[in-house]
Every structure is written in C-alpha cells, then in structure tokens.
Design a binder for this molecule. Sequence first.
Ligand SMILES: Cc1ncc(COP(=O)(O)O)c(C=O)c1O
Length: 384
Amino acid sequence: MATRLRSIPPTIFSEMSALAVRTGSLNLGQGFPDQDGPPAAVEAAVDALRTGRNQYPPGPGIPELRTAVAAHQARHYDLELDPQSQVVVTAGATEAIAAAILAFVNPGDEMVVLEPFYDSYVACIEMAGGVRRPVTLRAPDFRLDVDALRAAVTERTTTLLLNTPHNPTGAVLTRDELDAVAAVAQEHDLVVVTDEVYEHLLFDGRQHVPICTLPGMWDRTVTISSAGKTFSFTGWKVGWVTGPADLVGTVMAAKQWLTFSNAAPLQPAVALALNQETGFYDALAKALQAKRDVLVDGLRRLDMDVYAPEATYFVTTDVRRYGHSDGMAFCLALPERAGVVAIPSQVFYDEHDEGRHKVRWAFCKDMAVIEEGVRRLEDADLRA
Ligand SMILES: Cc1ncc(COP(=O)(O)O)c(C=O)c1O
C-alpha cells in the first residue's frame, strides 16, 4: 500500500452499515434516506435510459444540468452564473471535494478544516500530500472559535475547507461566523472550498447563506453541493461545483482525470428536479425537523447529553453521563444490545479527547424506524 494511504482508516460507514445488515439492526448510522427523491425525476431518469442517453456526457456535465444549477443559484442566492464556465458536474460532492483539494493543495500546503470533519476530507488532504489544520467546533453548541481559526492559519496555509450546514454537528454558521471566516480568508489570501450539501436541510426557520455571497468572497470561493442530499438520491452520485471561471476551471483540470464524466441518464433527471421539484426539499426539511424532534426527545429520555442540530440529518450525543467513556465501544456493542447502529464520532476528530465519547445518530429514516429505534434503545440495558 502506498504510504499516503496507510494513515487513512477505511470509512466507518462501510463498517457500520455492514454491521447493521449482519445483525439485522436498524441503521441510524449512515446518512442515506429511507425515502427516494421526486418520482418525476425517477421517471426522467428511466426515460433517459430508454432514449439512448447512455454514453459519456460532456466532462463538465450536460448543458441542461449546468443551466439548471445556474438557475438554482440565481433563484436562491441571487447569483448570476455562466453555466458554461462557472458550473461543473461531478460524481457526487465526494468527487468535487477530491478534485478541489487536488486542484488547490500542493504537497506540504496546509488546509484549515472544521473539526469534526466529514471523513473524505481527511483522506483527500492526505492523498494530495497536504496537511490539515483543524479548528474544533466544541459542544454543546458547536460554535466557531474565531481565535482558534486565526491561530490555525500559518504562512503555509493556502486553502480553507468549510462545511456549513455542518456534518456531523448540525451547526449552521452564523452570519458573524461567516464574516470572520471571510475576513481570515481575505487577510491570508486563501482559496475557500465550501461544502454546502445540506444547503436546503435547515430547521426552525434558519436560512442558508453561501459564503461566496459575502463581500470579497466570490473570486476566491468554490461551492460544492449535490443531488444526494437535496433530492434524496444519494446513490445517484450527482454533485456540482460552482464559482468563478478560473477556480472552477482549475477544479475541472483535476476532475477530468478522476471520473471524466458520470451518470449520463441521471443528469437530465437532476436537471428536471432542480427546475421543477423545488417544493421537494422544503417538504424534506420540514419532515426532517419533525424526525429530529422525535429522535432528540427519545435520546434525552435515555439520559444522554443531546445536542439538537440546527440542520442536516444528524444528532450528536455524549454518552458519558449514560455510563460510557468510549463511543466506539458503545457503538460496536449497540447492535447486539439494542438492534440499533450509530456512528462513533471519534473517527471525525484528530482531537481524540473531544470526540471519544460522542455518538452520531441519523434521522433521515422513516418516522416508524426512528420511533422503533428509540423504543429499542429504551428497552435495552445500555448502561456500562
Ligand atoms: C458534508 C458532506 N459532504 C459530502 C458528502 C457526500 O456527498 P455525495 O454523496 O454527493 O458524494 C456528504 C455525505 O454524507 C456529506 O455529509
């Protein structure tokens, strides 16, 4: 195995989802929804399969999808994008993240990244030969520590990887926090790569603000999103990158050698969804908020410390008061003890002490599954 891969553990999601299948447990681990996206988009995909849209699409994506992404950015954020030069379609946000990191990070360059991190960030920074500089979002409210952000930047820092709404904490960066990030980026001339895949899944009336819309940020920001989260098509792996032509072109320079292109018959279907199914994600956010409330209440009844999320599919708990000092041991025992799978958040942290006792639960599942999960947890003897 190449040395650059040796320090990267296999993704926790494969391990825990396999454990869920093996033990017949409810999977409150991996963030894939139980319900598919809009039926009209599925029909459009079937139609595309049947009408011969099965060969390589253009590397940057089919024009109708790039146009639909541009129209989405205009509608929601008042951004005027040229679909030709400022939008690139990718194999999910995952490829967009990989391509952006390969595009902007030289070996030895430092990249500032919010911790806990989505696990592909760590792997991609390692594979690019970069050095991650974590800024920890700390419980209970997971706010950005602006002093820690400033302290993380050195003369070797070239890029900042942002994620808001944030997985796994469910935090939504406030306007003040975004202003602070923008100030640091401009002061140190950083490129900002921002993963905004949960842009539509906010709760309690919160609004998503893309950092690229802040003064002085457009020219230095590439923004990533995906149909996986917005339309509950996680298995389609259709994502996109938007931003100024020079930065998007640089991401494309890397992306063309990763997949070149993907998902030919799904791209027109995602275009249709973006143009016509705009009610889908509003309804999804509303439904997720109700599911969050059920799961948060259930976990609180178990006497865990529960950090209710402002967005996303995930809620984090601290299992110490519940008698456990190690979230990994807790999660490995959970299928046997309760027939439920959750994710040990420690895998998302460099600062092991901060993450050791935290557990992430997904609520993008049918309400009946969440209620059953809570019931199983209540019935099980889970104390250490
Ligand atoms: C923060 C974040 N970024 C990216 C992804 C991956 O997105 P995609 O499935 O579009 O590759 C996920 C999926 O869970 C995520 O949570």
